[in-house]
Design a protein around this ligand. Structure first.
Ligand SMILES: [Zn+2]
Length: 285
């Protein structure tokens, strides 16, 4: 089973705030939501615990997105320390919310070889995990995201590598299929998607296919990679072949919709997925 949800509070939410957004997700039939801290973590403990209670009551699974201004392979210690602070405060809020994983854009190459960046990203994430342990933050995985810009650390191989380094309890890869489409290779067919799923399963084991977390949207592409996120109807990349690959390979987890239409497109993805699943059930012997 795969749950779908918007990246942030749904556009049509009546009222305000994270709790209202979560309740609205359930009301319209969605089972997941990503809480966006992309411009900083401003949620205190009481608000986070309240929103977490709304999520549990409504059976909506939460994840969080860490601030954009993180660079785990920055050249200056000050920026590294700032990145650790942002990641740990996101993890703290996620712990209060009962959310996992926290999605992180790992960093930028800035002209350096990937191997050098990898070492730095690992050491920075290890600092985060140490600090999380000190604060008794448990059950929150770091989710390095597949990034859409070629200048950013975070290819498919790189984010799988980070998950291998820390293990599934502490880190999971967050595949953003639109970013993959922009950065690595164009996605068209079910086989294109199945190759990605195979690679993840081969390197991280079947646990990676049982509770994955991913992002999906349409995307506008320029030479450097991603430009804008687009609605699902752009078909760039197409969603249906991914739904078929998930169903045929028995994947379950959550898919967060980052299209500008948020919950409307999350519902559209869910509808397409349900149709594929139904067809698959009907054709089973
Ligand atoms: Zn992101």
């Amino acid at each position: 089973m795969i749950r779908f949800g918007p990246a942030g509070i749904p556009i049509g939410t009546p009222g305000e705030g994270t709790g209202a957004g979560i309740a609205y997700c359930r009301q319209i039939g969605l089972g997941a939501m990503e809480v966006e801290f992309v411009h900083g973590v401003k949620m205190g403990e009481p608000a986070a615990r309240d929103a977490g209670a709304v999520a549990r009551k409504n059976d909506v699974l939460l994840s969080c997105h860490a601030p954009y201004y993180i660079n785990c392979c920055a050249k200056e210690e000050l920026k590294l320390a700032g990145s650790v602070r942002h990641i740990v405060s996101t993890a703290q809020a996620a712990f209060w919310l009962g959310a996992t994983p926290i999605v992180i854009h790992p960093g930028f190459y800035m002209g350096r070889p990937a191997a050098e960046c990898r070492k730095m990203v690992i050491s920075t994430l290890r600092r985060c995990l140490d600090e999380m342990e000190r604060r008794k933050i448990s059950g929150v995985q770091l989710g390095a995201e597949l990034t859409g810009k070629k200048s950013a650390y975070g290819s498919l191989d790189e984010i799988i590598g980070l998950a291998e380094e820390f293990g599934a309890k502490q880190a999971v890869p967050v595949i953003d299929f639109a970013h993959y489409h922009a950065r690595e290779a164009r996605l068209k067919t079910q086989e294109d998607y199945a190759r990605i799923l195979d690679k993840v399963e081969k390197r991280l084991g079947s646990s990676a296919s049982r509770s994955f977390h991913c992002h999906f949207s349409g995307i506008e592409i320029i030479e450097a990679g991603e430009k804008n996120h687009l609605p699902i109807s752009s078909n760039s990349p197409p969603f249906e072949p991914l739904a078929r690959a998930w169903v045929e390979n028995g994947w379950s987890g959550k898919a967060i919709c980052e299209s500008p239409l948020l919950e409307k497109d999350a519902l559209e993805m869910q509808k397409i997925y349900n149709k594929v699943e139904e067809k698959n059930r009907d054709s089973a012997p």
